[in-house]
Design a binder for this molecule. Structure first.
Ligand code: KG4
Ligand code: ZN
Length: 310
């Protein structure tokens, strides 16, 4: 059995996997609303408090049956990662677990194998609060970045745009709710880099445009949210053209059903259930289960490319 520990950003997650069976998967989502974004000092102290609270919920017999502990070592916030790594170290000494260092994005990319039994090759669209990547998933451990954002991540764009129009962090799920009853054709928003030949993306210009027109959008928030979703979907469809495999959407923004519906009209699209889209321990345990043979040192890696994983 594998224990998974996830603390790369603001969610504290712990899970237990027995092969593909999720025995336990719980998370504590921190409240950073008052800061308008993730505040590192608050994040790390919350992880330190929350990790033992979650662990306490696991039956002692299960803790003794576990053989491996998979922990996110990067990329992410350095102090948050360290909180998880030091907790994992303590457990590994106490229970004689083997530690497996895990790449957070690999966790997102492989989760579809855990939830739906879908394995590479496929193309992964990783859309989270910190990353936006189009990845050619050749096999487990072999990843090639085809395109990526040159500035803001898509989740970050959702959160900042939401903040401009008065929504709390994280704004992604709220914008989705508003969009359900809005008119997607009411507002025309910019699509930066839409016509560029490469698969890279940019969301900063879209974000600034919203800031400059926010008063109009606040008055018609449902129509704005729907138009914003339509714009994002148009950009993603354009940037994903030419992909040859199945499309797997992963990372926090993949919890968005409107985006999934928009993409699935054009691609053979797969997504995990919502609780496995946003950061969680099961995706880390699963990535550890699939990469236990690698020889990676257990040090914190705040910036770690998915292409240099093995
Ligand atoms: O993968 P994740 O849980 O953490 C990171 O690794 O960043 O992603 C968090 C991001 C946040 O920006 C949040 O607003 C976004 O995922 N998100 C959504 C939805 N649920 C979470 N964005 C759009 N629609 C959603 N339903
Ligand atoms: Zn994530």
């Amino acid at each position: 059995m594998y224990l998974g520990i996830e603390t790369s950003c603001d969610d504290t997650g712990i899970a237990v996997l027995d092969h593909r069976n999720i025995i336990f998967n719980e998370r504590i989502t921190q409240n950073h609303t008052q800061y308008g974004g993730v505040y590192p000092t608050h994040a790390v102290s919350s992880h330190i408090i929350n990790l033992p609270l979650l662990l306490r919920k696991i039956d002692i017999n299960i803790l003794h049956a576990i053989t491996h502990i998979a922990v996110t070592v990067g990329p992410g916030l350095k102090q948050s990662l360290l909180a998880g790594i030091s907790f994992a170290y303590g457990l590994s000494l106490n229970y004689k677990y083997n530690i497996i260092p895990v790449h957070h994005i690999e966790g997102h990319i492989l989760t579809i194998g855990l939830s739906d039994g879908i394995y590479p090759p496929y193309t992964a669209l990783v859309v989270s609060g910190g990353h936006t990547l189009i990845v050619d998933v050749i096999e487990v451990g072999k990843y090639r970045i085809i395109g990526q954002t040159l500035d803001d991540a898509l989740g970050e764009c959702f959160d900042k745009v939401g903040r401009y129009i008065g929504l709390e962090y994280p704004a992604g799920p709220q914008l989705e709710q508003y969009a359900l009853t809005g008119d997607p054709n009411r507002f025309t928003l910019p699509k930066p880099m839409y016509y560029s030949k490469c698969h890279n993306m940019s969301f900063a210009g879209l974000k600034t445009f919203v800031l400059n027109h926010k008063h109009e959008y606040i008055e018609h928030i449902n129509d704005f949210a729907a138009s914003f979703h339509k714009t994002i979907i148009d950009i993603l469809i354009r940037k994903l053209r030419y992909i040859q495999h199945k499309l797997v959407i992963c990372g926090g923004v993949s919890a968005n059903k409107i985006i999934y519906d928009g993409l699935s009209k054009h691609f053979d699209t797969y997504v995990s259930p919502v609780n496995l889209c946003t950061d969680n321990g099961a995706m880390i345990a699963w990535a550890g289960y699939n990469s236990s043979h690698r020889n990676i040192d257990i040090s914190v890696k705040p910036r770690w490319s998915i292409e240099n994983i093995a």
